[in-house]
Design a protein around this ligand. Sequence first.
Ligand code: FMN
Length: 140
Amino acid sequence: MLVRLIYASRVASSVTRADVDAILACSQRNNARVGVTGALCFTGTMFLQCLEGGRQAVNEVYHRIAGDPRHRDPALLSFEEIVAREFGDWAMGYVGHTPDNRALFLKYCPHAEFDPYAMSAASVRALLAELLGVAQWRGK
Ligand SMILES: Cc1cc2nc3c(=O)[nH]c(=O)nc-3n(C[C@H](O)[C@H](O)[C@H](O)COP(=O)(O)O)c2cc1C
């Protein structure tokens, strides 16, 4: 059975762009092994991540991530059974928050600053779907 899990978290203060690159490299390696795909958004202060795959594999990866000291306050925004993957091409795709895509991040957000904690599950899913179409993805 396939599931999709989406969560938000706040970046630990010491985390640098190099740390995010290391997280991505590790994610791509591990996720490919267990059939998990998805996307990681990094805004500089927050993470928004989507994990897709078998229910047990997604649970295991999420619980490992949730205990990682490089972020805090992980909040589940959405967990659902799905018929098909949306991010099947990416062991872990990456999108940064740039001046170019700022409007897109805000499109689904009720606040002036991007705040995934304040967004509905439907808005988060719509944002990720739209980012999939237009953003610069890395880590195929
Ligand atoms: C925001 C964030 C997202 C992460 N995403 C993943 C992921 O998708 N897959 C993964 O295996 N590890 C991910 N990690 C890293 C895990 O927390 C953990 O460090 C890693 O899985 C350990 O792998 P290792 O045993 O191969 O060193 C993430 C960490 C953070 C902070």
